[in-house]
Ligand binder design. Structure first.
Ligand SMILES: C[S@@+](CC[C@H](N)C(=O)[O-])C[C@H]1O[C@@H](n2cnc3c(N)ncnc32)[C@H](O)[C@@H]1O
Length: 267
């Protein structure tokens, strides 16, 4: 009797162990874990809206007559420099574009502002700082018309140009004051009238005042109600403009000695 009992007992446990191994597929619960990741995309989805500013980046911004100061996120345009010269000047601080400001995200196009290689109605925003005065008088209107052509309807133009009325006022007031210009001030004024003449693109050939610019821009197509012209009196800090805020070097040098016109116009 005893022998029979001993034989029967060991056989049962073996059979029970196998099914346990088969039960391991507690992994059936894993699918629940797979469901959890559904929660993760929620947080990612919250991050995605931050990408919305990309639409701003997709705006087309021009800096026309950029010289050696390129603006981040802008297509910077100048007739008299090559991209290579600007990059070399920015890194080695030598050459015709020594100390150029070429921030990441800036691009450059060597082109004449009288004939922009840019599609009509394709640009959101244009800044042109101290550039129009380098054109022949008969070409100024053509250049502004080019800017108007490439702007999208609703696009914005910002011009910063010397104000002849203010320049003359400063000059005559100084003469009347009995304290004529010293050599430094005189040379500053001469550069305002004639440009620094360092290269072909740096000669001043045109002058402006509020009345002329207002009428000319209306003749091109800007509506009077969409044009604002401000006088920046001498000694004033240049008002914040979009490209300057991306390029502190431009901003810091921009304490005015004499007056400029700041013109904002929407197409
Ligand atoms: C006084 S710099 C102004 C540079 C820069 N915008 C600033 O405010 O510092 C004028 C620039 O206009 C450029 N320029 C002159 N005529 C031009 C033209 N027809 N097309 C494009 N750029 C021109 C010159 O090469 C020069 O770099």
């Amino acid at each position: 009797m005893i022998k029979k009992k001993l034989v029967a007992k060991p056989a049962k446990p073996k059979a029970k162990l196998k099914p346990k191994a088969k039960l391991k597929p507690k992994a059936k619960l894993k699918p629940k874990a797979k469901l959890k990741p559904k929660a993760k995309p929620k947080s990612k989805a919250k991050l995605k809206p931050k990408a919305k500013p990309k639409s701003k980046k997709s705006e087309v911004l021009l800096n026309i007559g950029c010289g050696i100061t390129l603006f981040k996120d802008f297509i910077n345009i100048d007739k008299y420099f090559t991209e290579e010269q600007l990059r070399q000047g920015a890194t080695s601080h030598t050459g015709p574009c020594a100390n150029a400001l070429y921030p990441r995200g800036a691009s450059f196009l060597q082109a004449d502002m009288l004939d922009l290689p840019i599609d009509a109605n394709s640009v959101d925003y244009i800044e042109s700082m101290e550039a129009l005065e380098h054109l022949k008088f008969c070409d100024v209107e053509k250049a502004v018309a080019e800017m108007y052509r490439v702007l999208k309807p609703g696009g914005k133009l910002v011009l910063f140009i010397p104000d002849m009325d203010d320049m003359c006022q400063v000059w005559t007031e100084r003469i009347g004051s009995g304290a004529p210009f010293g050599p430094e001030d005189f040379f500053q004024m001469v550069q305002m009238f004639y440009g620094n003449q360092k290269h072909d693109g740096e000669y001043h050939k045109s002058c402006f005042n509020e009345t002329y610019m207002g009428l000319m821009m209306q003749a091109i197509g800007f509506e009077a109600r969409n044009i604002r012209i401000a006088h920046c009196s001498h000694g004033q800090q240049v008002p914040k403009i979009r490209g300057a805020s991306a390029s502190p070097a431009w901003d810091s040098k921009a304490v005015l000695i004499i007056g400029f016109l700041l013109i904002e116009a929407t197409k």
